[in-house]
Design a protein around this ligand. Structure first.
Ligand SMILES: [Ca+2]
Length: 437
C-alpha cells in the first residue's frame, strides 16, 4: 500500500505530442534540460492468492478492548472527543480486511501480464481526453509543483482508473481493524490516528471517508499520513477533498511527487535498444551510471537513434528478460518507486504518461509466454541457487532484485545470456518443471 502513496494545458498538450516525437527537446520529455514516488505491491502480485494459515483473528470482544485503548491514545494525541465518539468508537471489526492483509500471491505475474492489463489503449485515450479537459488546472499545478501533466494523469489512471474506483470500506473500520491485528499494528496505529486527525480537521465527513481495504483514499489513493503531509486545497473551498475534488486530488499528487524528489526537467526513463552482445549483468536498478557509459555499451533509443548527451545517471532494466523490452530508468523512476515500490508499476507510470502525451506503444513487446511460477517453485529456485553458491538471501518466494541478480550470475556461469530472467532453460537446469497453468 502506498504509504505510499495524478496535463498540460491544451496548447502545451499539443507541444507534448510533438515533443514525444522529438523527445529530447527541452521540456517534459527531455533527459535533462538544466542538467539538471500497502505495502509495496510487488511484481509477484497476482490474481491468485493464498492465505497464510498463521495467526489468530481477533474476536469482537478483543476488538472492543482494543478500541478502548485506542480511544485513550487518540485523546492523548489531541483528537477531539467528538471525533473519537462519532468515528473511532463506532468502528466495526472487518475480518475480511485481515484476511486480505494476510493473503500472499500464489503465482508470479509476468511483466507482459502486468503491463498489458494496465497500459491499455482505452486508458491512454481516456487519459488524453482528461489531459485536454483539465488543461488549465494542470498547467497551474505544474507551475506550482513542477510535475508535468501527463505523469499526474498516469498516476490517476493507474491508482483508480481516473476516479472510477476508490474502494468502498470505511477507512476508520479498516485501519482500526488492522491496527488491532498484531501483524502490522504499529504502522496501522499511526495511520488510524492520522485518519482521525483528518476527520478532526473537517476535510471530509466520517461517513464519506471510504477507501481501499488497507485505508488508501480517494482519486490517488493516499494513506492518511501522506494525506496529512501532502494533501492541499487547490480549489479554494478550505477542504482537502481527495474524493470529490479533482483539483485537490491532482495537486496533492503533484505535491507528494515534489516531496519525493521529482526532477521537473527530466523524463522518467525511456525504452531503449540493446546491441546483440550486451552484457546483461550490468542490468538492475542498483547499477546506476552515466548515460554516456550506457552509450559506450551500445545502448540506443528504441528507434535505433543515438541516446542524447545528458549528464544524468540511469539504470538498465529488462523486466521480461533479453527477449523483451529494455528500459533506462532515470532519477524520476526512483521517485515513482517511492510512491509504489514496484519496478513494473514505475515502468507502467512512465509508459502511460508518454503515451498520454502522444508517444506510441512499446517498440519491443514483452513476450507473453513467460513461465508462471508458483510461490513454492520460486522458493525451490531460491534454495537451489543458494545451494550452488548464488546468494538469493532467505528464500521468500518473491522474484525480487536479489534473486534476479543470483539468476544472472548462475546464467553467466552456465555460459547463457545473463539477463536474470527465470526462463525455461534456467528452470530446467535447476530441476524445476513448469506446468502450463
Ligand atoms: Ca478543496
Amino acid at each position: 500500500m502506498k504509504s505510499l502513496r495524478n496535463l498540460l494545458p491544451f496548447v502545451c498538450c499539443m507541444s507534448l505530442i510533438s515533443c514525444a516525437q522529438a523527445p529530447d527537446s527541452a521540456n517534459l520529455h527531455s533527459e535533462s534540460a538544466t542538467i539538471i514516488k500497502p505495502e509495496p505491491r510487488t511484481e509477484i502480485s497476482s490474481s491468485a492468492t493464498t492465505t497464510k494459515p498463521s495467526a489468530h483473528i481477533i474476536s469482537e470482544a478483543e476488538f472492543s478492548v482494543c478500541i478502548d485503548n485506542f480511544s485513550a491514545q487518540a485523546k492523548t494525541a489531541g483528537i477531539s472527543n467528538n471525533t473519537i465518539n462519532r468515528s473511532l468508537r463506532k468502528a466495526k471489526l472487518n475480518t475480511k480486511v485481515i484476511e486480505l492483509d494476510r493473503k500472499q500471491p500464489e503465482f508470479t505475474t509476468s511483466f507482459a501480464d502486468y503491463f498489458n492489463r494496465r497500459v491499455t489503449s482505452q486508458r491512454v485515450d481516456q487519459g488524453r481526453a482528461l489531459l485536454n479537459k483539465h488543461a488549465d488546472l494542470l498547467k497551474r499545478i505544474e507551475q506550482q509543483y513542477g510535475v508535468p501533466a501527463p505523469y499526474l494523469i498516469a498516476f490517476w489512471g493507474l491508482e483508480t482508473n481516473y476516479g472510477s474506483f476508490f474502494g468502498n470500506i470505511p477507512v476508520v473500520d479498516s485501519l482500526a481493524t488492522l491496527a488491532c491485528d498484531a501483524r502490522r499494528s504499529n504502522f496501522f496505529t499511526i495511520e488510524l490516528i492520522n485518519a482521525l486527525r483528518i476527520l478532526d480537521a473537517g476535510d471530509i465527513a466520517p461517513d464519506k471517508m471510504i477507501g481501499s481495504w488497507a485505508g488508501a483514499m480517494g482519486h490517488v489513493q493516499f494513506m492518511p499520513t501522506s494525506f496529512l503531509q501532502n494533501a492541499v486545497d487547490f480549489d479554494g473551498d478550505h477542504k482537502r477533498d481527495l474524493w470529490n475534488s479533482t483539483p485537490d486530488a491532482l495537486a496533492s499528487a503533484a505535491k507528494f511527487l515534489q516531496s519525493l524528489g521529482w526532477q521537473p526537467e527530466e523524463r522518467w526513463g525511456r525504452e531503449v535498444k540493446l546491441p546483440g552482445s550486451f552484457p546483461f549483468l550490468e542490468a538492475g536498478l542498483k547499477n546506476n551510471k552515466p548515460i554516456s557509459e550506457w552509450v559506450k555499451l551500445g545502448v540506443k533509443r528504441a528507434d535505433n537513434s543515438p541516446l542524447p548527451h545528458a549528464n544524468i545517471n540511469a539504470s538498465l532494466l529488462v523486466p521480461s528478460g533479453h527477449q523483451g523490452p529494455a528500459f533506462l530508468a532515470y532519477d524520476n523512476f526512483n521517485v515513482i518507486m517511492r510512491w509504489n515500490r514496484s519496478e513494473f508499476y514505475a515502468i507502467a507510470v512512465g509508459q502511460l504518461a508518454d503515451q498520454i502525451a502522444g508517444a506510441g506503444k512499446l517498440v519491443q513487446s514483452p513476450p507473453d509466454d513467460a513461465p508462471r511460477l508458483h510461490r513454492d517453485q520460486v522458493i525451490t529456485l531460491q534454495e537451489q541457487l543458494n545451494q550452488k553458491g548464488f546468494n538469493t538471501g532467505t528464500p521468500d518466494g518473491i522474484l525480487g532484485p536479489g534473486t534476479r541478480r543470483a539468476i544472472g550470475e548462475f546464467q553467466h556461469q552456465q555460459g547463457m545470456i545473463a539477463d536474470g530472467f527465470p526462463g525455461k532453460e534456467v528452470l530446467a537446469l535447476l530441476g524445476i518443471s513448469v506446468d502450463k497453468h
